[in-house]
Ligand binder design. Structure first.
Ligand SMILES: [Zn+2]
Length: 299
């Protein structure tokens, strides 16, 4: 009897603590995004950040990637890694995932201003051919960071914000954005789409403005930083990890990826196993954002 009660309790506990991840989808077809390349190499723009030396940016980007890869390298066949900055980089559908700090104006060159509450955003360039092979294939992802409204640091406890800016932890921000790079969406519905996205359990993602389970708010893919200098997104939750593991189930050894990275190759694996999109290729961009929920200025 006691054993049965324990079993029932355990079942109840697992039900109440059940949580989920959300994959980003192609706006036209609703099909989940996926990389067909197995080795994603991210590189910072050599112009760097007004707040941090470029070697610190490189090291922080590497740590943010390792926050994912240290957990997901063994479960799946996507390899997320980085290479040091070299030369100028810009947001473009060029198959080269980059990180660009916007220190002078929070917008793309010649573009419209971004939302000032956005700490960072990731643009996902993808194939949009609903109903045809290759639809929702990710071709490139680029990260922009808001150096106009935020002061980036690696040590938020001891950092001083520039005038009229809020402290943002670079590793916290990059770990979140790298989730988008791998095809994940936010753990709650932030009204960027008309209807809530579905989670991996087939349920609508909860409204970000409503009451939320703690697991949703704890996730690296929760869309808000809840305080200046937040660092909790540096650590993945089980849902973040499952999101990558389940999207890219382990199917083949990936030793060649590291070989190519060590040789200085970028965008390795290009065309090796890409779907035959050929002349049907239509590239669209979807922007996903990490926002600061607290706009309280900490002068
Ligand atoms: Zn986001």
């Amino acid at each position: 009897m006691a054993a049965r009660l324990l079993t029932v309790l355990a079942a109840l506990l697992s039900t109440t603590s059940a949580s989920a991840y959300v994959r980003a989808t192609s706006p036209k077809s609703g099909k989940p995004f996926v990389w067909l390349e197995s080795c994603i190499v991210v590189q910072a723009d050599g112009r760097g950040s007004q707040d941090l030396p470029i070697d610190v940016v490189d090291a922080t980007l590497a740590r943010a990637a390792a926050n994912w890869s240290s957990l997901t390298d063994t479960c799946g066949d996507l390899r997320l890694t980085t290479t040091p900055a070299r030369g100028m980089a810009e947001v473009a559908a060029d198959g080269r995932p980059v990180v660009v700090f916007r220190d002078l104006a929070w917008q793309r060159p010649g573009g419209m201003p971004h939302d000032p509450s956005a700490i960072g955003l990731t643009t996902v360039f993808h194939v949009s051919t609903p109903g045809l092979p290759g639809d929702a294939t990710i071709l490139d992802t680029d990260i922009e960071l808001n150096g106009v409204n935020f002061t980036f640091t690696t040590d938020p406890a001891n950092a001083m914000p520039r005038l009229d800016t809020v402290i943002a932890d670079l590793e916290n921000t990059l770990t979140h954005e790298l989730g988008h790079v791998q095809g994940l969406a936010h753990t709650c519905w932030d009204h960027q789409s008309d209807t809530p996205p579905s989670d991996d359990q087939g349920m609508p993602a909860p409204d970000c403005d409503g009451p939320l389970p703690q697991t949703v708010m704890d996730a690296t893919m929760y869309p808000y930083a809840l305080m200046p200098g937040e660092i909790s997104k540096r650590s993945l939750t089980d849902d973040d990890e499952r999101g990558v593991c389940n999207t890219y189930p382990n199917s083949q050894p990936q030793a060649a990826c590291f070989q190519r990275v060590q040789n200085g190759g970028l965008g390795c694996g290009v065309a090796a196993d890409r779907a035959p999109v050929g002349g049907l290729l239509l590239v669209l961009a979807l922007v996903q954002v990490l926002r600061s929920r607290s706009r309280a200025r900490s002068r």
